[in-house]
Design a protein around this ligand. Structure first.
Ligand SMILES: Nc1nc2c(ncn2[C@@H]2O[C@H](COP(=O)(O)OP(=O)(O)O)[C@@H](O)[C@H]2O)c(=O)[nH]1
Ligand SMILES: [Mg+2]
Length: 268
């Protein structure tokens, strides 16, 4: 049985930085992990790249030869990946053993969930190859400053959840940048009724019914569960990883001991 994280979320939410911090953490604790670049537009890496979509297709070549802009070229590259999925993945996975732990650093375009089924098919392939896969959805904590942005972030995450049908962990990234932790505290473990009342205050009266439906949806999908990630703190990375490991049943037999992460805690 192999294990995999699919690291997704909007562009700039901190996916590649998370992957690199995760790699460093695993190096420190002597745990084997391989990071895969699935972003054809990525140019710079702070982690050793185990597999690279750019070896299959180059964004620059597509832009030049087909005269596409960066977004169109990215979708073209991902469709190319989809067309060659079985061959590419089989060839790449040949270098790994059955119980390896892979982390896929994905592009951030919302089109990957709304327009093309490539990530879903990618996941299906991984499952067929006996991988336990978890979606790790990053949202930048800088943007979760009021209830409307929170709901909007939840909806984006939900669209990925519906598309991928995977165990799902939501992460609130860049906690180090928050000057006032109170700004997000309300959203780390919010009470649906409090959310609804805040939403109703912010929106015009004609949205009352919609607000209620949105909060119910968010509540029912157990979405209201964000794990804060502060990359300065080893304990925070450890906690996030433990949540994900739990989702994919990694190390079930091992005695994994992780204490709860407290955002106020200084690092040990
Ligand atoms: N302060 C801070 N900056 C971060 C963090 N994570 C990412 N960044 C910055 O946010 C920008 C986008 O990060 P990146 O990992 O490339 O995002 P991606 O597009 O989701 O892969 C970069 O300038 C990073 O240095 C974080 O935890 N703290
Ligand atoms: Mg990236």
């Amino acid at each position: 049985m192999g294990y995999a994280q699919l690291v997704i979320g909007p562009a700039g939410s901190g996916k590649s930085t998370y992957c690199s911090s995760l790699y460093q953490h695993c190096e420190t604790v002597r745990r084997s992990i391989h990071i895969v670049n699935l972003d054809p537009a990525a140019e710079h890496f702070d982690y050793p790249v185990a597999m690279d979509i750019r070896e299959l297709i180059s964004l620059d070549d597509v832009m030049e030869e087909l005269g596409l802009g960066p977004n169109g070229a990215l979708i073209y590259c991902m469709e190319e990946l989809e067309d060659n999925l079985d061959d590419w993945l089989t060839e790449q996975l040949d270098n790994y053993t059955d119980d390896d732990y892979l982390v896929f650093d994905c592009p951030g375009q919302i089109e990957l969930f709304s327009h093309v089924p490539v990530l879903r098919n990618f996941v299906e392939h991984l499952k067929r190859k006996n991988f336990n896969v978890c979606a790790v959805y990053l949202i930048d904590s800088q943007f979760i400053t009021d209830v409307t942005k929170f709901i909007s972030g939840c909806m984006a995450s939900l669209s990925a959840m519906v598309q991928l049908e995977l165990p799902h962990v939501n992460i609130l990234s860049k906690m180090d940048l928050l000057t006032n932790k109170k700004d997000v505290e309300d959203y780390l473990n919010p009470e649906p009724r409090a959310l609804l009342s805040e939403l109703n205050q912010r929106m015009a009266p004609q949205f009352l019914k919609l607000n209620k439906a949105l909060i119910e949806l968010v509540d029912e999908y157990s979405m209201v569960n964000f794990v804060p990630l502060d990359l300065r703190k080893e304990s925070s990375i450890k906690y996030v990883l433990a949540q994900i490991d739990n989702c994919i049943q990694y190390g079930e037999d091992a005695d994994v001991k992780v204490r709860d992460f407290d955002p106020e805690d200084d690092d040990e």
